[in-house]
Design a protein around this ligand. Structure first.
Ligand SMILES: Cc1cn([C@H]2C[C@H](O)[C@@H](COP(=O)(O)OP(=O)(O)OP(=O)(O)O)O2)c(=O)[nH]c1=O
Length: 211
């Protein structure tokens, strides 16, 4: 049985699109980049640690396969994870304004005797953002809990002038790479339900606000 080691509603919704049954384990792995650690190494390490922590929680379950993932926004050599607060979110969005950045997502699959990983790297270009646009977006609350302080599947869609890569990878779980890993582990995928706006709008799902 497959288990997703994640607290992210996006990842649940994305994995469901692969039409594979799975359980969810909530893991809490510290996300701290070591000094000088290259961005991709960092993303790979954290994804592996999340999957490993999930497997530890599943130690009593024979045959458990655990999936962990991590997503970070990389601009030059800076790595933007989830913003600490509104000011941090605004700083990130100002830095991303009018520039092209990378979004790196790593997926790790682990079982008792096996481990495999895939990485997706996408380039995203933002239009130049006005100060009031940034302030309005930060006030919407959406940047919190998102790497780089934005959600391409939400209000930030309008900031993106170009995407070169994987849309699902930017959202947090690159589906092509994930499907390939599952196949390598002998886990059959299918086709899940077409995503509804309500399903992808996890800001509302998170707060339980009416849709
Ligand atoms: C760039 C981008 C990120 N994100 C989200 C995906 C991830 O949930 C989050 C990056 O943080 P992560 O640390 O990768 O994941 P997480 O803490 O939300 O969840 P987990 O329990 O699996 O560790 O940013 C979007 O939703 N849309 C986007 O466009």
């Amino acid at each position: 049985m497959l288990h997703l080691a994640s607290q992210s509603p996006r990842r649940r919704e994305l994995l469901a699109r692969l039409g594979v049954p799975f359980g969810v384990i909530e893991v809490d792995v510290p996300e701290e980049r070591a000094p000088g650690e290259p961005p991709e190494d960092y993303v790979r390490r954290v994804a592996r640690e999340k999957a490993g922590a999930g497997l530890l929680a599943m130690v009593a379950v024979p045959g458990a396969v655990v999936l962990g993932a991590d997503t970070e926004v990389v601009l030059d050599d800076r790595v933007f994870g989830k913003p600490r607060d509104a000011r941090d979110a605004a700083d990130m969005l100002r830095a991303l304004s009018g520039r092209t950045h990378d979004v790196v997502s790593a997926v790790s699959l682990v079982s008792g005797g096996r481990e495999a990983q895939a990485v997706s790297r996408s380039q995203v270009t933002f239009a130049t953002l006005e100060d009031d646009e940034i302030a309005g977006y930060v006030a919407s609350g959406e940047p919190m809990g998102r790497a780089g302080a934005y959600a391409i599947q939400g209000g930030a869609e309008r900031f993106v002038t170009r995407l070169d890569g994987s849309y699902s990878g930017v959202m947090g779980l690159p589906l092509h790479e994930t499907a390939m890993l599952l196949k390598a582990f002998g886990i059959a995928t299918g086709f899940g339900p077409e995503p509804s706006r309500a399903a992808t709008d996890d800001a509302q799902a998170d707060t339980g606000a009416p849709r």
